[in-house]
Write a protein that binds this ligand. Structure first.
Ligand SMILES: [Zn+2]
Length: 78
C-alpha cells in the first residue's frame, strides 16, 4: 500500500513532464527509453510528450526516472 501511495505522489512530476505542447515527433523506438524493455511486453506503453517529442515507457514507473535526467535519456534518440 505504501508503494502505491508513493506512486501517486510521483504523478505530479509526470504531469509536469507531460505538460508540454502536443508531441510533434513520433517516438522512434520500440523499446522503453528508460529500461530498454520491449514496449508491449508489459502491456500498454505509458506515453508522454516532452518538448515536442513523443516518448513511450514500458510502464509509468519509468516516467519519474526519465524526469530526473531527461537530457541523458533523450540523447538515446539521436
Ligand atoms: Zn518501465
Amino acid at each position: 500500500m505504501f508503494l502505491e501511495i508513493i506512486d501517486q505522489l510521483n504523478e505530479p512530476k509526470i504531469v509536469v513532464a507531460a505538460a508540454t505542447p502536443c508531441a510533434a515527433k513520433p517516438y522512434p523506438l520500440d523499446t522503453c527509453l528508460v529500461s530498454g524493455e520491449k514496449l508491449d511486453e508489459m502491456g500498454k506503453p505509458f506515453e508522454i510528450g516532452y518538448e515536442g517529442q513523443q516518448i513511450q515507457f514500458c510502464c509509468k514507473n519509468c516516467a519519474p526516472e526519465f524526469a530526473k535526467d531527461p537530457a541523458k535519456y533523450l540523447s538515446k534518440l539521436k
